[in-house]
Design a protein around this ligand. Sequence first.
Ligand SMILES: NC(=O)c1ccc[n+]([C@@H]2O[C@H](COP(=O)([O-])OP(=O)(O)OC[C@H]3O[C@@H](n4cnc5c(N)ncnc54)[C@H](O)[C@@H]3O)[C@@H](O)[C@H]2O)c1
Ligand SMILES: O=C(O)C[C@H](O)C(=O)O
Ligand SMILES: [Mg+2]
Length: 619
Amino acid sequence: MSSISRNLRRSLAPDRLRRLSQHPREYVTSECHRPVVLHKRGPDILHDPWFNRGTAFSMTERDRLGLRGLLPPNVVSSQQQIDRFMLDLKRLQRYARDGPSDTYPLAKWRILNRLHDRNETMYYKVLIDNIEEYAPIVYTPTVGLVCQNYSGLFRRPRGMYFSAEDRGEMMSMVYNWPADQVDMIVVTDGSRILGLGDLGVHGIGIAIGKLDLYVAAAGINPQRVLPVMIDVGTNNEKLLKDPLYLGLQEHRLEGDEYVSVIDEFMEAVFTRWPNVIVQFEDFQSKWAFRLLQRYRKTYRMFNDDVQGTAGVAIAGLLGAVRAQGRPMIDFPKQRIVVAGAGSAGIGVVNAASRTMARMLGNNDVAFESARSQFWIVDAHGLITEDREDIDPDARPFARRKSELGHQGLSEGASLVEVVKKVKPDVILGLSAVGGLFSKEVLEALKDSSSSRPAIFAMSNPTKNAECTPGEAFSILGEKVIFASGSPFHDVDLGDGKIGHSNQGNNMYLFPGIGLGTLLSGARVISDGMLQAAAERLASYMKEEEVLEGIIYPPISRIRDITKEVAAAVVREAVAEDLAEGYRDMDARELARLSEEETNEYVKTNMWSPVYPTIIYKKD
Ligand SMILES: NC(=O)c1ccc[n+]([C@@H]2O[C@H](COP(=O)([O-])OP(=O)(O)OC[C@H]3O[C@@H](n4cnc5c(N)ncnc54)[C@H](O)[C@@H]3O)[C@@H](O)[C@H]2O)c1
Ligand SMILES: O=C(O)C[C@H](O)C(=O)O
Ligand SMILES: [Mg+2]
């Protein structure tokens, strides 16, 4: 009972308290620490990455599980095991940061992937304990390189593949997956992987990388995650001709045919696992929005590129306001130029303008005022009402004719022209065009009306960043606030000064959104839950950090941030009456938890990489 806090004890009904004191593990222990009953022994266990412990199996375990003689005799501790592995990995010491240096990051990924294939507990321990070093390998930017080279790297399958050939079969094939419980699915159709375009079936790597962060940051049990690729073909001509390509070599399905495949997939997974959460990842924009609208009211799902990115951007934008020494409530005064009008760019403008409008009173005037703070530039220049065939998702943010004259701007104005005329506080890139924030654009930003202009070069992977921190600080000086989607090193500005390079990546939100949804038992993911997640991230940074230009936390704190974000999502789900509870924590009990207790509830339900006790039972 010792690990159940006093507050929690006070808040629980007597019958539940009694149960808890008799069976404290029911609440305080995530089930990863419970003994696992297996119906297999010997080599079958050594070949099962979920349960394999390798040379760390003790002698008594070796006897109980029929392993004696199948391993070298020296029993090592899990730490010695990791030390041995790290020695091998460190031979390839070189960061995957600051540019695409192909060989070493890929070699590191290979070594880590092999560990993932044979011992998951150890893999996640290595990842969690060294997240700063290996997130850039299993996630952005190296994961992009992995997807680009997937046919050569492919060894063992991971996750599930649903293809256009499987139409009519999905409801049964979903039962081929070995786990009876799945908490989190990340699904992609491979049509827009990072800023690398259509990578077809090889895009599965991004779903795997995102789920690695779900395990490492959110403590989702790795036996309950499922990466999914929906292969509806590819429009990548190179892959269509490549004899080594692993996917369907036909053009992508379009229109109703495409939607019916995704519908069938959603029905199948929610039939087998009614409580699963599905994260849509790296779908090309035209489908990202449509599928989100189609499913978000009926299924537990969200789109990370649209909604996760928006939340992370809002948190960063609020940080940039604070870094100017102004209160967050001044956010609606910021003038923001956004380069990129895809799922990510429009997602950000939509959510950021709603945040501004809420601060201004949430009425029509507030919305109009918020809208007028954004200038969106896409591949054809500034988007205005004069644009022919304007994308319906961008239409609400097209600059009005009436505004253009006095700003000296017109339809299709170039980014540099817009920056010169608008003198924005912020330029934010989600264009997938590396170097778009050219010297000219950065020079133009010198005339910003802000005391501390902010640059968000959010496109991934590294080579697609709109500019580097080195470029930003050298042109704009130490006052500029810089964030990028992929990691860069801080910049040494001389005289002991540092130009902070923040990583503005949706990884700071999606794990917490997923975990909070899971633990609240909310049936859908509301705008309020997403907003609560963003606000928690924004408030996570301390005043002195923000004033130094640090607007996002270092990735080494991602597990703590994720816990906080998840707790905020749980509380919001409760407040909106969406929470239905999780396992033996029902909605009523959830509603009674204080803030501190909610944090504790989240923390205790996070999986951590500890070898379970294995008990063998015959079938
Ligand atoms: N940091 C993050 O957390 C994060 C999250 C999501 C997406 N992203 C990145 O954002 C990028 C875009 O993603 P998306 O889904 O919106 O892609 P998309 O292809 O749908 O959109 C790209 C947009 O950029 C515009 N564009 C192209 N060339 C341009 C130019 N020269 N000037 C201005 N705009 C130009 C296009 O017209 C389009 O509107 C990708 O690189 C992706 O990796 C980053
Ligand atoms: O995957 C990332 O690193 C962020 C984002 O989801 C993207 O598509 O670029
Ligand atoms: Mg993405």
